[in-house]
Design a protein around this ligand. Structure first.
Ligand SMILES: Cc1cc2nc3c(=O)[nH]c(=O)nc-3n(C[C@H](O)[C@H](O)[C@H](O)COP(=O)(O)OP(=O)(O)OC[C@H]3O[C@@H](n4cnc5c(N)ncnc54)[C@H](O)[C@@H]3O)c2cc1C
Length: 399
């Protein structure tokens, strides 16, 4: 099938994995996101419901739409369902909690379990972690500031610049980081390092670069994530690839923390790291996709977006450069419960597609679920697309 046969409007392909009951439930859920009061009080109501022993009400509704389960085993159902349509699972341990060594160790062990689950498993093509899950934000923030101020490019030099009270946290965090990346590469499992707030990112970038240069010898096992809503990321990408020190892996996203970034820059009086407008973000995103495909001999890329235009561009470039569709070196990714019209139609056309499948105890994933609800609400200005597609499919099935 050529790229011209690809249509993201084909709702019968997009929702073939959903029963009529599933679709009616999803319609009800997406409609409910348009009640501002529910968005405001929903997270608290959800916590109360869990404490009152009504966890199943959350689990059967919003949790079921956007999460795979409370643990890896429970995610098997989602993984198998996606695999039936050729879509890979990315087990994403989405617990957001307190910062302590105990919690960092627990998260480290859990991510390690996802790596071992992915080993030799075609249904789980990638794994992922957030550095703030295994390392203190204060340490990352301090290290990032020092890296930027002193233009540090060698990871070994970071520790000596940190104050004594942060050195231990740096050592422990870095050790967890390197152990996860090494375990992934040793087991021939690809692993994404998620991108986070800009004031933490320079340390994450330096650790990831070090790990890529050490571990991406024969191919890209480790992928950094680039947020193209940052105006400095395209230059960063071009500069790094020009160094040619290893195989590079990138997950390209637009970026999830725009409001927070702008507010912090304004309140602290530094230059806003975010692009001036959406058009500039879109332009750099598409240029980054193009650059990665132009450099496909050394660069593996995951086009992680719910944007139809950028997804289509990826398919057109694969075609232009005569690259195989069925190779994870260039792939596409969306979040579970969102943009099935992109995921399932891409996969149906032979492209490599994966979905983030977030999981964790219901109470701990409420912040993640709240973000999904807000993103799909009128308040976020994105209301309608998911709902319109679900309604179109319900109508099509009735006709
Ligand atoms: C598989 C996957 C993995 C992800 N991993 C990460 C991650 O590691 N780190 C992370 O930060 N995010 C991550 N995200 C979220 C991502 O960054 C986006 O928030 C989300 O996907 C929406 O962008 P889009 O490309 O899908 O679609 P669109 O709807 O086309 O773009 C929306 C995005 O455009 C940008 N934007 C909107 N308005 C403006 C404006 N006025 N000026 C400048 N830019 C603007 C924002 O980034 C906004 O999120 C991930 C998303 C997916 C699908």
């Amino acid at each position: 099938m050529s790229t011209t046969d690809l249509s993201f409007q084909n709702t019968s392909v997009a929702f073939a994995h959903k029963s009529n009951g599933d679709l009616v439930k999803a319609r009800w859920l997406f409609r409910s996101f348009n009640f501002p009061a529910l968005l405001t009080y929903g997270p608290t109501m959800a916590k109360v419901a869990v404490f009152l022993g009504l966890k199943f009400t959350i689990k059967k509704t919003i949790f079921q739409q956007f999460c795979g389960g409370e643990n890896i085993e429970e995610c098997n159902v989602a993984t198998k369902n996606l695999a039936k349509s050729g879509i890979g699972t990315i087990l994403d341990y989405s617990v957001e909690g307190e910062e302590s060594d105990e919690t960092f160790d627990e998260t480290f062990e859990e991510v390690l379990r996802t790596v071992l689950r992915a080993k030799g498993n075609e249904d789980i093509p990638f794994t992922v972690f957030k550095t703030t899950g295994i390392m203190s934000s204060d340490v990352l923030n301090a290290a990032s500031t020092l890296i930027e101020e002193n233009q540090i490019v060698e990871l070994d030099l970071v520790k000596s610049t940190l104050t004594d009270d942060l050195k231990q946290g740096w050592d422990k965090g870095l050790a967890r980081f390197m152990r996860l990346c090494t375990a992934a590469a040793d087991n021939r499992v690809r692993i994404f390092v998620d991108a986070e707030e800009s004031w933490l990112q320079s340390a994450i970038d330096l650790m990831t670069t070090h790990a890529m240069e050490t571990l991406n010898k024969d191919q890209a096992w480790l992928y950094n994530t680039l947020q193209m809503y940052r105006h400095d990321r395209l230059a960063y990408l071009e500069r790094q690839v020009a160094e040619g020190k290893c195989h590079y892996g990138y997950k390209l996203v637009r970026g999830a923390y725009m409001e927070k970034e702008r507010a912090r820059a304004l309140s602290m009086g530094y230059q806003d790291p975010i692009q001036p407008n959406k058009e500039a973000t879109d332009k750099d995103y598409d240029r980054a996709v193009t650059f990665c495909l132009e450099n496909h001999n050394r660069v593996a890329v995951c086009i992680a977006t719910h944007n139809e235009h950028s997804s289509l561009l990826g398919t057109q470039l694969l075609n232009k450069y005569h690259l195989p569709k069925a190779d994870w070196k260039v792939s596409f990714s969306q979040l579970l419960g969102m943009s099935d019209h992109i995921s399932f139609n891409l996969s149906n056309s032979g492209y490599k597609v994966s979905k983030y499948v977030p999981y964790g105890p219901v109470l701990s994933v409420i912040p993640y679920l709240t973000r999904r609800a807000q993103e799909n609400s009128g308040m976020a200005g994105q209301m309608g697309r998911e709902l319109a597609l679900i309604e179109a499919e319900i109508k099509r099935r009735k006709a």
